[in-house]
Design a protein around this ligand. Structure first.
Ligand SMILES: *Cc1c(COP(=O)(O)O)cnc(C)c1O
Length: 486
């Protein structure tokens, strides 16, 4: 394995050059004439001086330390680290898209507008919603946009009492955070012993202060909420709306649709479901779709079409306003649309089929060795509990480090909170059987290592560029700047 190398600041040697500029053929003016004194540098910048090949090697080597879907298996549950087909990148790099200016007049942007319009039609079909905004830049951003739309709807009807949003115990952390951000109160709904939302508890929690129920289906346990229809009916009868967190949509594409289950608002994480890159926190995409009665509150502008001409529609009188500059992350929309068109309706359905088959196959292998608290057919992901291993001395976090040591990215750990020592595994649709077998074999090896010497596993990893980090110190007193040792 590669060992930690020198920092670029320590590699420089005075006088080395990476690039030579042509000699100056413009008469030199004294710097003082061009820049006032106070704007001139008073001391040397101290930048490292290196040759081109040294710089290239340094950054290329750094890039290989990054773990990505292009370098290995990445079963990060809930996050859906889906393969990003390269044709998406090619489409987004087409000069007509890549070099467009956001202020270009509408007549000169017809192709881009048409793409946004068609992308919206595809999303509507996929989810059974009536209109979409493509502005939100991520799932969490979509959640906030969606809740603001719900808030605007209730207020518009003069229904000011509704100040609570219900969330199941198995929900993703962004859900309660969004609820608070939107100024609502969180009400937690418990799950039953099957890991599903407890319908009776939900009914009891509903009243005339309920603004919405926020739910992902399948849940973060990878389980489909079978009682979604009676749940939706109960929420609507209480005057609330249903918000669908679409982060797990990749499990059900072409099989069922949130709009058909009774949801009123939906966000999709296109970096999860439609194969665009997560990109280290962005730029992403979290389009929000709504049913007819909520269209008047969507962000402006919407993309529309009149007499074969596409345009931005700002005429949405009750709109919550803009939620992103211009029209969201356009390049991401191009990638997701390309994926949709390359796959076609049947292809998207197949991707969901494969995601579910892969998850169930891997689950059947791993449950021979590990504890599976909710032992049922899963959707795209499943959650193991490393509680037994923890008792022996090495828990979920230690298993994650041991996986890094053997070349696999770990699954999501310690989430969802409903499972103690959770290991949340999502293999995605594109992985081969051999990869899943290899991962299961390594997990079994780790279990054996824990039986033999849990203490050793609890101090890993041993083969990575950096060993075990002091996570508390890294969070509390991070060192973010290089300083020369004197
Ligand atoms: C990822 C995720 C989110 C948040 O989406 P971001 O795009 O990361 O902001 C919300 N809910 C669930 C279930 C998720 O998996």
């Amino acid at each position: 394995m590669r060992k930690s190398k020198a920092l670029i600041f320590e590699m420089g040697r005075t006088g080395r050059q990476g690039y030579s500029l042509p000699s100056n053929d413009v008469p030199d003016k004294p710097l003082g004439e061009l820049l006032p004194d106070k704007m001139q540098r008073s001391c040397d910048l101290g930048l490292p001086e290196l040759s081109e090949v040294e710089i290239i090697r340094h950054f290329t080597e750094l890039s290989t330390r990054n773990f990505g879907v292009d370098t290995g298996f990445y079963p990060l549950g809930s996050c859906t680290m889906k393969y990003n087909p390269k044709v998406n990148e090619e489409a987004a790099a087409l000069p007509g898209f890549a070099f467009m200016h956001p202020c270009q007049p509408q007549q000169a942007s017809q192709g881009a507008l048409e793409l946004l319009y068609n992308f919206e039609q595809g999303l509507k079909e996929l989810t059974a919603m009536d209109r979409f905004t493509l502005q939100p830049a991520a799932g969490a951003h979509g959640e906030l946009t969606g809740l603001m739309v719900i808030q605007a709807y209730h207020r518009h009807r003069g229904d000011h009492k509704r100040n609570k949003v219900l969330i199941p115990l198995s929900a993703h952390g962004t859900n309660p955070a969004t609820v608070s951000m939107a100024g609502y109160e969180v009400v937690q709904v418990p799950c039953d012993d099957r890991g599903l939302v407890d319908l009776n508890a939900l009914k009891e929690a509903l009243d005339d202060t309920t603004a919405a129920l926020m739910l992902t289906n399948p849940s973060t346990l990878g389980l489909f909420e079978e009682e979604i229809i009676p749940m939706a009916r109960a929420v609507h009868e209480a005057g609330g709306l249903l918000y669908y967190d679409g982060a797990n949509m990749n499990a059900i594409m072409g099989y069922t649709r949130p709009g058909d289950m009774g949801f009123d608002v939906v966000h999709l994480n296109i970096h999860k479901t439609l194969s665009t890159p997560h990109g280290g926190g962005g730029p992403g995409g979290g389009p929000v779709g709504v049913k007819e009665r909520l269209i008047p509150f969507l962000p402006v502008p919407l993309v529309d079409k009149k007499n074969e001409e596409f345009y931005f529609d700002y005429d949405v009188p009750d709109s919550i306003g803009k939620v992103h500059a211009f029209y969201g992350n356009f390049g991401v929309a191009v990638k997701a649309y390309t994926y949709m068109r390359m796959m076609g309706a049947e292809g998207l359905k197949q991707a969901s089929t494969d995601a579910v088959i892969n998850a169930n196959y891997l689950m059947s292998l791993l449950k021979k060795t590990f504890y599976l608290p909710y032992d049922r057919i899963c959707k795209h992901e499943f959650v193991l509990s490393a509680r037994p291993e923890k008792k022996k001395g090495a828990g979920a976090g230690d298993i994650a480090k041991a996986l890094l040591d053997r070349g696999f990215h770990p699954p999501t750990v310690y989430f969802p909170l409903i499972v103690e020592e959770a290991l949340m595994i999502e293999p995605t649709d594109t992985e081969a059987k051999e990869t899943l077998d290899a991962f299961a074999a390594v997990m079994e090896m780790i279990a054996k290592d824990i039986d033999e010497d849990a203490e050793k596993v609890a101090h890993g990893p041993y083969n990575t560029v950096v060993g075990r980090l002091d996570e508390v110190r890294a969070a509390r007193s991070p060192i973010l700047r290089w300083e020369k040792e004197s």
